[in-house]
Design a protein around this ligand. Sequence first.
Ligand code: 3NM
Length: 218
Amino acid sequence: MKQITTEDMRRMLKLYFIMGSVNCRLSPEETLTQAIAGGITIFQFREKGPGALRGNAAYDLARQLQDICREHGIPFIVNDDVELAIALDADGVHVGQEDEPAGSIRQRIGAHKIVGVSAHSLAEAQQAIADGADYLGIGPVYPTSSKDDARAVQGTQVIEQLRSSRLTIPLVGIGGITTVNVPAVIQAGADGVSVISAIAAAGDIRAAAQQLLQATLM
Ligand code: 3NM
């Protein structure tokens, strides 16, 4: 596999669905299958929080979700767990500010894999870019109940600040994103949006994904 290009990365980030078993109303497999049918463009396995699976159970679920992604040509990213990503030959890893730096992850997983970093300020974004991140997740844009240790809500201002500072790296907004606020996040300069609950907790998962994707185009 070739190293991912910036333009491919931008396209992939349009509708970035993240979840683990604790976020799902239906089974994770069914949730992912319906989300893919609705048009998600990339998926992140994030098995975190109270009640999250561990060890072999987490590995088995990851493998099943990866198989579903592969069947449909959807990139499969692992949150935090570099060993799991290597064991599965995942398409990439996403890390936060408290995790291993992007540069050392890049060395471990290889040049052609995707490395994503959560950043909350211009300084963190610049550091992640210097470390070789392929994309950034910027948030929380709006209040979220999906992440216990989320930072202060920042609105779209950090995304705007990065773009006005001429940072061209592909990026997604994350945190409390719904069909209603997607256009504001894209207009601020994001290439796409990243969501957990707007898809995983939706009554009609496929329709929710379709509507979110549609909103990115408005
Ligand atoms: N990271 P929902 S906010 C996983 O700010 C995550 O970096 C965030 O879930 C950050 O779409 C968040 O349900 C949770 O609000 C996003």
